[in-house]
Write a protein that binds this ligand. Structure first.
Ligand SMILES: O=P(O)(O)OC[C@H]1O[C@H](OP(=O)(O)OP(=O)(O)O)[C@H](O)[C@@H]1O
Ligand code: HPA
Ligand SMILES: [Mg+2]
Length: 180
């Protein structure tokens, strides 16, 4: 285990099992359809690739790079899009793939941006949901794990750009924040 982690919430195996379950749910909804997966960089990357390889319908990939946290553990409330999609979403089944729904600011703003472009369908798939911190009226159509109000890292999730590479999801020792 990484020396800065105090507790593992979800092991690599837990995540794998959950993604298999989520893929079955998606297969039931999208059977016979082609779906554009929109990954929200950077945090969604590990989940995006693992999920895309698990579903049975054809998937197209696109990415949007959006951030509302910077190097803080609190949402700034405003969304900065640093890279937009490279394809049109018009007339397509769009599934936004995200690592975490927390305050909801990122996805609320992103959904406003995407729904203006007339997709055939627009749904949200999040590995983690932290409903106790919600500031916006937004719900995921597909959710992996619901978690309490704790700042988690690993499997794409960062603290100040670190820990994204960990294969599990956990929480940091308090001294990691104190020493910054
Ligand atoms: O519901 P919210 O409170 O908006 O939080 C969720 C968003 O925050 C994180 O991204 P971040 O802005 O840190 O960028 P990153 O994906 O590059 O880490 C996370 O990956 C989600 O995109
Ligand atoms: O708990 C979290 N961890 C990392 N990034 C995040 N962005 C929103 N919530 C979180
Ligand atoms: Mg982040």
């Amino acid at each position: 285990m990484n020396k800065d982690i105090s507790k593992i919430y979800f092991s690599a195996e837990d995540i794998k099992v959950k993604i298999t379950e989520m893929a079955k749910e998606l297969d039931a909804v999208y059977e016979g359809e082609e779906v554009l997966f929109v990954g929200v960089l950077k945090g969604s990357l590990p989940f995006f690739v693992d999920l895309a390889r698990c579903v049975s319908f054809p998937v197209m990939f696109d990415f949007i790079c959006a951030s509302s946290y910077g190097s803080s553990t609190h949402s700034s409330g405003t969304l900065k899009i640093t890279k937009d999609l490279s394809t049109s979403v018009e007339g397509k089944n769009v599934l936004v793939v995200e690592d975490i729904l927390d305050s909801g600011n990122t996805l609320f703003n992103l959904f406003a941006h995407l729904s203006k472009q007339n997709p055939k369908s627009l749904k949200l798939c999040c590995l983690l949901d932290k409903p106790s911190r919600r500031e916006r009226d937004i719900k995921a159509d597909f959710t992996g794990f619901t978690i309490p109000d704790e700042f988690v890292v690993g499997y794409g999730l960062d603290y100040a750009e670190r820990y994204r590479e960990l294969p599990y999801i956990g929480i940091l020792k308090s001294e990691v924040y104190e020493n910054r």
